[in-house]
Design a protein around this ligand. Structure first.
Ligand code: MGD
Ligand code: MGD
Ligand code: SF4
Ligand code: MO
Length: 696
C-alpha cells in the first residue's frame, strides 16, 4: 500500500510517498515536481525504514526504580505510567504551586499542533512555563522579521533573478528548497552566499562572502551603507512605506565597506559587489537561515538583514519575499485561563514572550536558571517532549546538572537519550509516520498540510497528542479536552478556515487560504504598530533597546569567550547540519554512518600546519566551559583561525558533545539567545598512548 504524508524526520516537512507492507514501512520517497535526475536526495528518508523500526525504539512506558543513580527501569502499562505522572503534577502544584512544573519542547522533530495542546494543558493546569527551543532555532529570527515588517517572509525563488542566501544551507537541510534554488540557477538567477564555510551552495555561487563567524550585523549594515550611498534603494517604497530611514542611514554611516571589511574578514569590493548585485537585480529574494541564529546579536543582526529586503523594494513582490497568508485557525491555547498574576520563568524576556499570538515562550535558557539558581523562582518538575536538551542546549554540563537537580523529570521520546538518563518516567512516543497531526509549520505560511498516519504505532508507543489528551483527562480537564480523536481536534482548530481533516486527506498537497496575493500592504499596511516597515522601531526604543540595529556603532566581538581570546585564539563554528542527521538523532543508524562514523573537526591546511596536526589525528578542543574530542579532517573550505566542529554527536559519543564547549552566560537581551554557534576555543593534539612496557 502507498500513502502520501509529511515526513517529520527533520523540520523540512517534505511531502512523501510511503510504501507499507504488513504494517511496516518498506520505502519512502519524496514527491518532487522535477524529473528524477534533477531531484535532490535525502539520505535520512532513504533510511526511514531503519529509523522507524530501529531495535532501540522504546515500546513500553518505563518507570525508574531505586532512584536515578541505580539506573534501573521497570516496564509499566500506560494506565500506571500516566497515573504516576498525573500524581506528580498534582503534588507539585499542591506543595509549590503550579508554576513549579515546566514543559520543554524540542523544535526539530515534532513541530505539530501538539504544541498547542501542551500549551492548553499547561495553561489550564496553571503553569505558564511551557517553553520551546526557539531562542536558538529560528524564533528569535522570526521576531526580527515581525518587528521589521510584521511577519516572517517566504522567499519567492522560482521567479527571482537573484538569490541572496544568508547563513542557510538548504542543500543539507531542505531538499525542496534546494531544488528550487538549483532550478533558479539553471534559469540563470544570480547567487550570493554569506557563510563562513564553503558549503556546496557557496561553491555554486557567483559571489561567496566568507564572513567572520558571528559578524553578520556589521556586514548587513555595510551593505545598507553601500545601497544608500549609491542610491540603489527603491525611493518610492522607502518614502511611502518605511519609518526611520534617516535613523538607519545615520546608523549605517559608520559601517562603510571600507571601514568594516577587514573587521569581518572580507574585502571592501566584495561587500560593494554583493550590495550592488542584490540591489540591482530586481526582483531578488533573500533567504536567511540558522547561521544567524544562536548568535548573541541575532535579533539586531537579523533586523539589519531584513531591512535589505525593504530598501530594495523586494517585500511582498513576485520573485521577492512574500508576506505569508496563513490559513485562519483557532488559537487553542487558553492563555486566558492562567491566573492574571502568573509570571513565567522567562519574565526577563517580556517582548520575546509576547511577540506572537501563539508562539508561546522560547527563552529556554531560563530553565537551568530556574532549576539551579531559583531565578526568578524554582522549577522543580519538567516534562521534556521531542527534545534532547542534555545534548542540544548551550553549556550542556550545566544543563545536565539542572536535569539532575529536578525533583521529577518525564521524557516523551521514541528513543532513550542522554536526557532520559535523568528521567523518572520515560514515555514511548510514536515516530512521525505513526500518527496524524496538523503541521503547525505550514499553518504559519500559505498552505496547511496534514501529517497523516501511515503506520500503526510501534509496540505500545503512542502519538504525542494522545499522551497529552490522556494526561489532561487524568488531571480532571476532560471538559477542556473534549475531543475523542485527533481528527476532531484538528477540525476544531481549523474551523475558522472551513478546512477539515477530510478535505486535507483529499488534498495531501495541502490547501491554501486563497490565491497568493502580492503587495498586500498597499491595502492594509504592514502588521507593525506604524503600519510601515520599521527601520527604526519606536516600540523597541521605548522598551530600552536600540531602535535601529547597530545604532551605537561597532560593538565588541560578539563571539563567545572573546574576553579569553589570548588563551583561546581559534573560533569554533558549530558545524552546519549534515544531511544524514537531525541534531542528536540517527547517529546509531548504520546506513547513515557509512560516510562519516564519528565527529570531525575541519581545519584549514595552513592552520593545521601551525597547530601541528594531520588528517585523522584525534584532538581535544577546549573552551573555558569544557572540552571535547574529535578527529581532524584537513579542508580548505573553512577559514584559517576557525575550527568547524561536527554537530549532534554528543548523543552517541559523550566525549564529542559540542555543547560542552558553549556558553550560556551571555545572552541576547531580547531573545535570550546564547552564542552557541560561534565561540573562541583552542586545540590540543592528543598524545598517542605510550606503548605498554611489557606484555605477559
Ligand atoms: N551548539 C549548537 N547547539 C544547537 C544547535 C547547533 O547547531 N549548535 N542547533 C539548535 C537548533 S536550531 C535546534 S532546533 C535544537 C534542536 O534541539 P532538540 O529539539 O533537542 O534536537 P534533537 O536532537 O532533534 O532532539 C529531538 C528529540 O525528539 C525525539 N523525537 C523525534 N520525533 C519525535 C516525536 O514525534 N515525538 C516525540 N515526543 N519525540 C520525538 C528524538 O528522538 C530526539 O530525542 O538544537 C539547538 N542547539
Ligand atoms: N539534515 C538536517 N536538516 C535539518 C536539520 C538537521 O538537524 N539536519 N535541522 C532542522 C532545523 S531545526 C533547522 S533550524 C534548520 C537549519 O537549517 P539551516 O539554516 O540551513 O542551518 P545550518 O546548516 O545549521 O546553517 C546554515 C549555514 O549557516 C552557516 N553559518 C555558521 N555560522 C555562521 C555565521 O556566523 N554567519 C553566517 N552568515 N552563516 C553561518 C553554516 O556554515 C551553514 O552553512 O535545518 C532543519 N533541517
Ligand atoms: S529533508 Fe528528508 S528527513 Fe527531512 S523532512 Fe524532508 S524527507 Fe524527511
Ligand atoms: Mo532548529
Amino acid at each position: 500500500m502507498e500513502k502520501t504524508t509529511i515526513c517529520r524526520l527533520c523540520s523540512a516537512c517534505c511531502l512523501v510517498t510511503v510504501e507499507v507492507t504488513d504494517g511496516r514501512l518498506v520505502r519512502a520517497r519524496r514527491q518532487s515536481p522535477l524529473p528524477e535526475e534533477r531531484q535532490w536526495f535525502c539520505p535520512k528518508l532513504s533510511a526511514a525504514a531503519a529509523i522507524t523500526h530501529a531495535p532501540e525504539r522504546l515500546q513500553r512506558p518505563l518507570l525508574r526504580e531505586g532512584g536515578r543513580r541505580a539506573g534501573a527501569w521497570r516496564e509499566a502499562d500506560w494506565d500506571e505510567a500516566l497515573s504516576v505522572v498525573a500524581e506528580r503534577f498534582r503534588s507539585l502544584r499542591h506543595r509549590y504551586g503550579a508554576p513549579s512544573v515546566g514543559w520543554l519542547r524540542g523544535m526539530a522533530a515534532d513541530w505539530g499542533a501538539p504544541w498547542d495542546y501542551v500549551n492548553r494543558f499547561m495553561n489550564v493546569f496553571g503553569s505558564p512555563n511551557t517553553i520551546g527551543n526557539g531562542s536558538v532555532c529560528h524564533v528569535a529570527r522570526e521576531m526580527a522579521h515581525q518587528y521589521t515588517y510584521g511577519a516572517m517572509t517566504l522567499p519567492q525563488v522560482a521567479e527571482s533573478r537573484c538569490l541572496l542566501i544568508w547563513g542557510k544551507n538548504d542543500l543539507n537541510t531542505n531538499p525542496p528548497a534546494a531544488e528550487a534554488i538549483l532550478e533558479a540557477r539553471r534559469r540563470g538567477a544570480a547567487l550570493i552566499v554569506v557563510d563562513p564555510v564553503r558549503t556546496a551552495l557557496a561553491e555554486r555561487a557567483d559571489l561567496w562572502l566568507q564572513i567572520k563567524p558571528g559578524h553578520d550585523g556589521p556586514l548587513a549594515m555595510a551593505m545598507i551603507h553601500e545601497i544608500i550611498r549609491e542610491g540603489l534603494y527603491d525611493e518610492a517604497f522607502v518614502r511611502d512605506w518605511t519609518l526611520g530611514f534617516e535613523e538607519l542611514r545615520q546608523a549605517a554611516s559608520t559601517f562603510s565597506p571600507e571601514q568594516i571589511a577587514a573587521k569581518v574578514w572580507l574585502k571592501p569590493e566584495d561587500i560593494r559587489q554583493a550590495a550592488r548585485l542584490y540591489a540591482a537585480s530586481a526582483p531578488a529574494c533573500l533567504i536567511d537561515g540558522n547561521g544567524l541564529d544562536m548568535q548573541q546579536h541575532v535579533f539586531d543582526d537579523t533586523r539589519a538583514v531584513c531591512m535589505l529586503r525593504a530598501l530594495t523594494g523586494n517585500l511582498d513582490r513576485p520573485g521577492g519575499d512574500l508576506l505569508p497568508q496563513p490559513v485562519a485557525a483557532r488559537n487553542l491555547q487558553l492563555q486566558e485561563r492562567l491566573p492574571a498574576d502568573a509570571r513565567p520563568i522567562t519574565e526577563a524576556y517580556a517582548l520575546f514572550n509576547s511577540f506572537h499570538h501563539n508562539w508561546g515562550l522560547h527563552a529556554q535558557s531560563c530553565i537551568p536558571d530556574a532549576v539551579l539558581e531559583g531565578k526568578p523562582y524554582p522549577l522543580r518538575m519538567l516534562v521534556v517532549q521531542a527534545g534532547n536538551p542534555a545534548v542540544t542546549m548551550a553549556d550542556s554540563q550545566r544543563v545536565r546538572r539542572a536535569l539532575d537537580r529536578l525533583e521529577f523529570l518525564v521524557v516523551i521520546d521514541p528513543f532513550a537519550t542522554r536526557t532520559s538518563e535523568f528521567a523518572d518516567v520515560l514515555l514511548p512516543a510514536c515516530g512521525c509516520f505513526e500518527k496524524t497531526q496538523l503541521n503547525r509549520a505550514a499553518l504559519r505560511h500559505n498552505r496547511v498540510v496534514l501529517q497523516d498516519q501511515v503506520l500503526p504505532p510501534l509496540g505500545d508507543s503512542r502519538p504525542d497528542w494522545w499522551i497529552v489528551f490522556e494526561l489532561a483527562r487524568r488531571l480532571g480537564m476532560q471538559q477542556d479536552f473534549p475531543w475523542q480523536s485527533v481528527e476532531q481536534a484538528i477540525d476544531d482548530q481549523l474551523q475558522p478556515s472551513g478546512i477539515t481533516v477530510a478535505d486535507l486527506r483529499a488534498h495531501p498537497n495541502g490547501l491554501s487560504a486563497g490565491e497568493t496575493r502580492f503587495h498586500k500592504y498597499r491595502e492594509q499596511g504592514f502588521a507593525t504598530p506604524s503600519k510601515k516597515v520599521e527601520l527604526f522601531s519606536p516600540r523597541l526604543a521605548a522598551a530600552g533597546f536600540p531602535g535601529t540595529p547597530c545604532e551605537a556603532g561597532w560593538k565588541q566581538d560578539p563571539v563567545s569567550f572573546a574576553e579569553n581570546r589570548s588563551e583561546y585564539p581559534l573560533i569554533g563554528i558549530s558545524g552546519p547540519r549534515s544531511n544524514r542527521f537531525t541534531h542528536s538523532q540517527f547517529h546509531r543508524i548504520p546506513a547513515l554512518l557509512q560516510q562519516e562514523a564519528e565527529a570531525r573537526v575541519d581545519i584549514h591546511p595552513r592552520e593545521a600546519r601551525r597547530l601541528g596536526v594531520d588528517d585523522g589525528d584525534r584532538v581535544k578542543i577546549l573552551s573555558p566551559r569544557g572540552e571535547v574530542q574529535m578527529r581532524v579532517r584537513i579542508w580548505d573550505g573553512v577559514a584559517e583561525g576557525c575550527l568547524l566542529l561536527g554537530w549532534g554527536w554528543g548523543e552517541t559519543d559523550p566525549a564529542a558533545n559540542l555543547n560542552d564547549l558553549t556558553d550560556d552566560g551571555r545572552r541576547n537581551p531580547v531573545t535570550a539567545t546564547p552564542s552557541s554557534r560561534s565561540f573562541y576555543c583552542r586545540l590540543l593534539k592528543e598524545q598517542p598512548a605510550a606503548p605498554a612496557a611489557t606484555t605477559d
